[in-house]
Write a protein that binds this ligand. Structure first.
Ligand SMILES: Nc1nc2c(ncn2[C@@H]2O[C@H](COP(=O)(O)OP(=O)(O)OP(=O)(O)O)[C@@H](O)[C@H]2O)c(=O)[nH]1
Length: 487
């Protein structure tokens, strides 16, 4: 071996021999090699340079100024000056790399076929016969967010449509620990997220005359006729039915009319209790105790499901009538106050370094709160709230002043704000009355050992949660009294 002394050569040969023996042993034992046979970097380079590159790399020339990439020495990048060869000196044999997966327009051009005058705008992926005509062109597939109206408007030189359109794609009954709920899945023309509405209105499952004059919380877009050819079974399958579904009972709903809308004014029950809740994977799915989101979601469903005491309409009986609770949780896919799960996870690390939730967001280049509530407003309007002068008002379950303001801007009437008090605080307050939970001056303002035992699996507590709640109150203006803090 040139350049190696005898000793080095012997060791290299010994290594090669060892490796061959090892290979033979592995083969005979039929064991899988643990070391890679090919250098992954070489593989990556080969994949990136061949004609099999993706359509996105179609016109990339990965070897500019290299006349023949297969010629010996052509791969020597140390000789490349960073410039392509001057035009006159370019070798006619120069190889260029053409992707087999060129974009359609490029392939048509290469074949000499006419190219479409304008890119096709894709409409929603769901079957067209399942869309109501009014929304058909506005509900988009996840890949495109431009409606055909927008495109038409652009062609006509008009500004694009800005109003949020939502459509309930499906509804089903979900039994919860607090009672039955109807889960509604929405599509919209603003983002590609599937926002949800958890409607609690068990009176819809009953045939009771007591609740017949209380308006049912139903989605207009779901109950609409999506196509003249739509079958009863198609309507029922997407959730446009009344009452409870069973093998013996299945009645499709009728499309909403003006009369059903105005019947909302004839109610004698308090306005529906509504919560706008933002997604929190950590708190709701893995039970994180950094926040109380899971507990809040559970508590909101519980509170909305509480029966309503209604004064008797019959003057001869003085006994009040108890009707099932009614309301909605609009579940928005705005993880991490709109910054997304990735950034939220990073924000947690910054929080562990001592920053609060607001500063952590800002350090990552985000706003303290990036959420919007226009889709929530549209969903609530679809469910019959706030439309027209007689539209039903709501009682909003929140401590967040932004949500009240946003819903009012959306044309909804918020007649009452119902606070969401963290369960650990309530239980603590009940048990210790005026004992201070949060004390300035202690580390993180936490008094160790003062937190009460968990009331249920959904009751969270601990120093991380405490810091999170304090930041909400002290930096985000949440309307929650900090116990012992004089706020
Ligand atoms: N960026 C960030 N987001 C968080 C953190 N902890 C929880 N969140 C998110 O905060 C949001 C909580 O939203 P909501 O449950 O609607 O409650 P809220 O707006 O705080 O106000 P309330 O209605 O009073 O409960 C969810 O999107 C959570 O994912 C955190 O430490 N950092």
């Amino acid at each position: 071996m040139p350049g190696l002394d005898i000793e080095a050569e012997v060791s290299v040969l010994a290594l090669i021999q060892d490796s061959q023996i090892h290979k033979e042993q592995m083969k005979s034992k039929k064991m899988k090699r643990r070391d890679t046979e090919l250098d992954p970097l070489i593989l990556a380079a080969a994949f990136a340079s061949g004609p099999h590159v993706t359509r996105h790399h179609h016109s990339h020339d990965l070897f500019p100024a290299v006349a023949d990439p297969l010629a010996e020495g052509a791969w020597d990048w140390t000789k490349w000056t960073g410039q392509d060869a001057p035009a006159g000196k370019q070798d006619p044999k120069r190889r260029s790399y053409h992707s087999q997966q060129a974009p359609r327009r490029q392939r048509l051009k290469d074949l000499g076929l006419p190219v479409d005058p304008e890119p096709q705008v894709e409409i929603a992926t769901s079957p067209t016969d399942l869309k109501p005509p009014s929304l058909q062109t506005q509900i988009r597939s996840p890949r495109t967010s431009i409606s055909s109206e927008t495109v038409t408007n652009e062609r006509l030189g008009l500004p694009p449509l800005d109003d949020v359109q939502v459509k309930c794609m499906a509804r089903t009954r979900i039994p919860t620990p607090h009672g039955p709920a109807f889960l509604h899945l929405y599509h919209n023309n603003k983002d590609n997220k599937e926002h949800l509405a958890i409607v609690i209105d068990p009176a819809q499952l009953e045939e009771s005359s007591q609740t017949s004059n209380i308006p049912a919380i139903r989605s207009r877009s779901l109950d609409a006729e999506w196509s003249p050819n739509e079958t009863t079974m198609e309507r029922i399958t997407r959730g446009a039915y009344v009452g409870k579904l069973s093998p013996n009972q299945h009645t499709a709903s009728v499309p909403p009319s003006v009369s059903t809308a105005s019947s909302r004014t004839r109610q004698a029950v308090p306005p529906a209790l509504v919560r706008i809740h933002s997604e929190c994977f950590t708190g709701e799915t893995i039970g994180s105790m950094r926040c109380d989101c899971g507990e809040q979601l559970d508590e909101a469903i519980r509170q909305i499901s509480q029966p309503i005491v209604k004064p008797s309409s019959n003057s001869t009986t003085s006994r009040p009538i108890i009707v099932p609770g009614r309301g909605v949780v609009v579940y928005l896919r705005q993880e991490g106050r709109g910054i997304g799960l990735l950034s939220k996870i990073r924000a947690y690390n910054l929080q562990d370094l001592g920053h609060d939730t607001v500063t952590a967001n800002i350090l990552l280049g985000h706003g303290a709160d990036e959420r919007k509530y226009d889709i929530a407003g549209a969903i609530l309007r679809d469910l019959g709230f706030g439309e027209g002068v007689n539209g039903e008002a709501v009682r909003l379950l929140t401590n967040n002043p932004d949500k009240v303001e946003a819903l009012e801007k959306e044309g909804l009437k918020v007649v009452e704000r119902v606070p969401m008090v963290p369960k650990s605080w309530t239980v603590h307050q009940q048990q210790h009355d005026s004992v201070t939970i949060i004390q300035p001056g202690t580390e993180d303002g936490i008094v160790p050992g003062l937190f009460v035992a968990q009331e249920s699996s959904r009751t969270v507590r601990g120093p991380d949660l405490d810091k999170y709640l304090r930041t909400k109150v002290l930096r985000m203006g949440h309307m929650l009294p900090l116990l012992g803090h004089g706020v």
